[in-house]
Design a protein around this ligand. Structure first.
Ligand SMILES: Cc1cc2nc3c(=O)[nH]c(=O)nc-3n(C[C@H](O)[C@H](O)[C@H](O)COP(=O)(O)O)c2cc1C
Length: 221
């Protein structure tokens, strides 16, 4: 697989085969992702990886808990405007179509969203934390690292789905993982496993803005 193929071919996987992921493969992907770039080489990402009983235990605790107050961080900024709302509605609509739930069926939508807290049935989950002292540039570094992890997993034939929706239980997750709330923010989880090739939720169309909507070139003529 070329780098271009890997970048354009990765997609979020939300249904997994009932097959464990060897720790050695996860270590391979994470070791490669250590070479992600970061400003001043801070490498501000920290993670805990769970499988088996601890993973099931965390899932049960989250499913039983109310969302935390105050929120871990502001997930969706206020006043995002129509452009971003349209992109969100489109992808959520595609997801609902794939699982056969009507787009206006809010209860069906919420029931599916609960699967975030089951890590979409994945056999492993990675939990990502950022030291509180870090700001937007370092959050961007963590984003690059997450993409490196996802691409490395993709290269190994594994699927993944980043899970920021877990942020509603950030403190519960930190408590579970032994990460101090005073010093760290929980950013997101990542479901990891072998993609189920037969699941429509892994196959709906992925859309992106055309390049000229987001990039301008100058001086090439
Ligand atoms: C930081 C981050 C957090 C995300 N959180 C969730 C999530 O909580 N649940 C979910 O189903 N998808 C989540 N996603 C997946 C996005 O919905 C997905 O990347 C986007 O719709 C583009 O689709 P693609 O990854 O298949 O190309 C997340 C993605 C990123 C990068």
């Amino acid at each position: 697989m070329s780098v271009l193929e890997a970048v354009a071919g990765r997609r979020s996987i939300r249904a997994f085969l009932d097959k464990p992921v060897p720790r050695s493969l996860l270590e391979q992907a994470l070791a490669a992702a250590q070479f992600s770039p970061s400003g001043y080489n801070f490498q501000p990402w920290e993670a805990v990886v769970l499988s088996g009983a601890p993973m099931r235990d965390l899932s049960a605790k989250m499913l039983a808990a109310p969302p935390q107050e105050p929120a871990e961080y502001q997930l969706v900024p206020k006043g995002i405007g129509d452009r971003y709302k349209a992109r969100r509605d489109e992808t959520v609509g595609h997801r609902m179509d794939a699982i056969g739930v009507a787009r206006d069926d809010l209860a069906g939508r919420e029931a599916f969203a609960r699967n975030n807290f089951r890590f979409y049935g994945a056999p492993a989950v990675l939990l990502t934390f950022i030291p509180r002292v870090m700001g937007p540039p370092q959050w961007s570094d963590v984003g690059m690292w997450l993409q490196s992890v996802m691409l490395a997993l993709h290269g190994l034939g594994l699927g993944s789905c980043a899970l920021e929706s877990l942020y509603v239980h950030g403190r519960l997750i930190k408590d579970f993982a032994g990460i101090p709330d005073e010093s760290h923010v929980f950013f997101c989880g990542m479901a990891i496993g072998w993609p189920d090739p037969a699941a429509p939720i892994n196959a709906f169309p992925r859309t992106r803005a055309p390049l000229d909507e987001v990039v301008r070139f100058a001086g090439f003529d």
